[in-house]
Ligand binder design. Sequence first.
Ligand SMILES: C[S@@+](CC[C@H](N)C(=O)[O-])C[C@H]1O[C@@H](n2cnc3c(N)ncnc32)[C@H](O)[C@@H]1O
Length: 250
Amino acid sequence: MDINPVFKIFESLPRQGAGDDEHTKKAFSLIKEPQKRGGEILDVGCGTGVQTMALARLCPACRITATDIHQPFLDAVNEKIAAECFSDRIKTVCASMDNLPFNDESFDIIWAEGCASIIGIENAVRYWKKLQKQGGYIMISDIFWFTETPSDEAREFFAEFHPAMMTEDKGFEIVRNTGLKLVGSFRLPSQVWEESFYGKLREKFGGLEKEFAEDEGALMVIEGLKRQTGIFEKYPDEFGNTYLVMRKPL
Ligand SMILES: C[S@@+](CC[C@H](N)C(=O)[O-])C[C@H]1O[C@@H](n2cnc3c(N)ncnc32)[C@H](O)[C@@H]1O
């Protein structure tokens, strides 16, 4: 079976979405005790685990289950776990984020950097809420519109590549409608998006085009990513990554 070229392309990157340890820390700081004193964290769509390791360092008493659908990413996480001697408190599980093999109410904190929109923000929050303990937290960071009136070029691009992209206000409304309390939110500065993700992608485009020269599907993905980085360069104030930390009432 052919592997989706997105996975192959993203394997070559240090992280698979925009973000950095500083903003993982900032989002984690919105979570209050006692969850941070030794809770169970579910890291969904963990990729190669940059934020998994950051969370493990931020919360030395927490146990983390890091999940992703792509086993090669989890193999990379397992190498990091071994290198940082975290094997007693981080494990990896290969599973789809909308069909996770865990009991209801098993996690204190559910962490999803850059992935909730893959199954739809509302679906994700409603489903993960079931896995959350009472009083537990969900953190998602994802791509949102920062304006109701984007430029035609940006609007047309996302109508094609991510038609479900919503405004931040719509995201906040979804949180309210699911019965969770929005504890806090903030935006990832555009230069961090550039440094952590688009900049790294741009460096790879030439090599990726050569590597996947015979693979039409991969070339289309690369072309889409190129266009996306170009749109971001032109309109960094129109869309970006927002972190939302929400809590299930006790
Ligand atoms: C944008 S990346 C974010 C990765 C990581 N959290 C980060 O910020 O670097 C999205 C991740 O979701 C994973 N993914 C895609 N579809 C998935 C699914 N249905 N279930 C679980 N993981 C999935 C991808 O393999 C990828 O690692």
